[in-house]
Design a protein around this ligand. Structure first.
Ligand SMILES: Nc1ncnc2c1ncn2[C@@H]1O[C@H](COP(=O)(O)OP(=O)(O)OP(=O)(O)O)[C@@H](O)[C@H]1O
Length: 237
C-alpha cells in the first residue's frame, strides 16, 4: 500500500465491564487501499456503528491496530497525541442526512472544515469551489442548503467530507434517502473522488440499490468481519 489507505488488524471493542460487558467488536480486520470504495454490511447490532466510531476516533477501541497511511494511530492505545486534529485532518465523514449548516451558503458550508483547520478564508473558499465544480454543483455555490434538492445536498456534503483531502472517508448510509438513479450517481461520485484524491472510502449501507456496485464488501456479524468479492457492477458500464 502506498502512503495512504487504511489497515485494521485484530480490532476489538468492549463496552462496560464485568457481567454487563458487551463485546461489540471481537475481531475486525480490514484493508482499504487508496482509491478504493468498499461496502460494510451487517445486520442490526452487528457492530457497524462501533467500527465507524473507532475508525473515526470518536471512541477508543479496546485492542488491536489501526494504521492510516504510514501512521500507526492505534496499537492497543492511541498513538497520536491530538485526536481532534486526527479527526479533522485525516478522516472525512458523510452521513445519511447531509447536516448542512442552514445559515451558511453552499460555498461556506464546504469551506468551513479548512477554515476551522486554520486555512485563510479566501483559500478555503477557492478549495470549496474547485470541489463543487468536480461534483457538478458549482452552479449552486451561492444557494442556501434549503434551496437544494436532496441529491444536490448530498453532493455538497460529499464535497465537505473531501475538502480537507482526508486519506479516509467514512460514509454512513449516504444513499438511504435517495432514489435509485441519484443513489447510483452518489456512489459513482464517491468512486471518482476516491480515484482522483487517492482516498480510501468505507460505505456502511443496507441499500440494495448500491450493494452490487462494490468490488469488495466486508460483512460484519457479531463483531467479526468477513471479506467477500463484490460484483462491482455499475462501473463496468
Ligand atoms: N454505548 C454502548 N454501551 C454498551 N453497549 C453498546 C453501546 N453501543 C453499542 N452497544 C452494543 O454493541 C453492539 C454493536 O452495536 P452497534 O451500534 O455497533 O451495531 P450496528 O451494527 O451499528 O447496529 P444498527 O444497524 O442497529 O445501528 C450491540 O450489541 C449494541 O447493543
Amino acid at each position: 500500500m502506498s502512503g495512504k489507505g487504511i489497515r485494521i488488524e485484530g480490532l476489538r471493542k468492549r463496552y462496560g465491564s464485568g457481567d454487563t460487558a458487551v463485546d461489540a467488536l471481537k475481531e475486525v480486520d480490514m484493508v482499504v487501499a487508496p482509491g478504493e470504495v468498499v461496502g460494510l454490511i451487517g445486520p442490526s447490532g452487528s457492530g457497524k456503528s462501533t467500527l465507524l466510531k473507532c475508525l473515526g476516533a470518536v471512541i477508543e477501541p479496546s485492542a488491536g491496530t489501526m494504521i492510516l497511511g504510514d501512521e500507526v494511530i492505534y496499537d492497543d492505545e492511541w498513538k497520536v497525541r491530538d485526536i481532534r486534529a486526527l479527526r479533522r485532518d485525516k478522516i472525512g465523514f458523510v452521513f445519511q442526512a447531509p447536516y448542512l449548516i442552514p445559515f451558511l451558503d453552499v460555498t461556506d458550508n464546504v469551506a468551513l472544515p479548512p477554515m476551522l483547520a486554520g486555512v485563510a478564508n479566501k483559500q478555503a473558499r477557492s478549495s470549496a469551489l474547485a470541489l463543487l465544480e468536480a461534483l457538478d454543483v458549482q452552479h449552486r455555490a451561492k444557494a442556501m442548503p434549503s434551496q437544494l434538492s436532496g441529491g444536490e445536498q448530498q453532493r455538497v456534503a460529499i464535497a465537505r467530507g473531501l475538502v480537507n483531502r482526508p486519506p479516509v472517508i467514512l460514509a454512513d448510509e449516504p444513499t438511504a434517502p435517495l432514489d435509485s438513479e441519484r443513489a447510483l450517481a452518489v456512489i459513482k461520485i464517491l468512486n471518482d473522488m476516491a480515484k482522483k484524491f487517492e482516498t480510501a472510502i468505507i460505505v456502511v449501507t443496507h441499500d440494495e440499490k448500491i450493494i452490487p456496485t462494490f468490488k469488495r464488501i466486508y460483512h460484519i456479524r457479531d463483531g467479526v468481519t468477513y471479506e467477500e468479492k463484490g460484483e462491482g457492477r455499475a462501473f463496468d458500464i
